[in-house]
Design a binder for this molecule. Structure first.
Ligand code: SF4
Ligand code: SF4
Length: 202
């Protein structure tokens, strides 16, 4: 029974002198090489040039601040639990009086680290976060020479107010519509003038 059409008859005919010194094979190889001289090179001069990437590309994470500049993360640990690569670690701390403008919730991540060598950029941390604090972005993780440099702390992860990262285009219209629901309190902006000195939860 013939399973494929790749069957070949083995030839036992005597090789010519040219075949014995591999001349046809060498000429065929050189012709293939020469044909590539006239083709457009598929390589690019990265990092000066970059290839276009999908709008939902999952690259380096960002820990978002709200519009008042306060860190959104409340160190609940949901992202770390959801992470299949166990790439996220954090240490929580309690917000002190006067720090309301720095941290949105009463608890915040004093230390927050992602091991980029472990991360598989699946995006589950983003999906698990109840505070819309962590998002994957279209930024590429930098190349490093030391393994330790791939452990990104808050200095690299928390967004700077001078260089805010727009993640709205990465969310589907259905998700954006869902987030308008009145029950989702954490989507409201934090108004420090209403909260200071009242000891209210938000
Ligand atoms: S993208 Fe996936 S693997 Fe990377 S930190 Fe988030 S949950 Fe973990
Ligand atoms: S990033 Fe989100 S899920 Fe992770 S600890 Fe902070 S608030 Fe919780």
């Amino acid at each position: 029974m013939q399973l494929t059409n790749r069957r070949k008859e083995v030839s036992h005919k005597e090789q010519s002198i040219a075949e014995k010194i591999y001349l046809p094979a060498i000429l065929k190889g050189m012709a293939i090489t020469a044909s590539h001289l006239f083709k457009k090179s598929p390589t690019i001069n990265y990092p000066e040039e970059t290839r276009p990437i999908a709008p939902v590309y999952r690259g380096q994470h960002v820990l978002k601040r709200d519009d008042n500049g306060a860190e959104r993360c409340t160190a609940c640990g949901m992202c770390a639990v959801a992470c299949p690569a166990e790439a996220i670690t954090m240490e929580s701390a309690e917000r002190k009086k006067g720090e309301e403008a720095l941290y949105r919730e009463e608890k915040y991540a004093a230390v927050y680290e992602i091991n980029m060598l472990r991360c598989i950029f699946c995006g589950l941390c983003e999906e698990a976060c109840p505070k819309e604090a962590i998002f994957l972005t279209d930024r590429l993780v930098d190349t490093e020479f030391e393994r330790g440099d791939f452990i990104y702390g808050k200095d690299k992860l928390v967004e700077k107010m001078t260089e805010r990262i727009d993640v709205s285009k990465r969310q589907t219209p259905e998700v954006l519509e869902f987030k308008k629901k009145p029950g989702l309190k954490h989507n409201e902006l934090f108004d420090s003038s209403k909260q200071l000195g009242k000891g209210k939860k938000h």
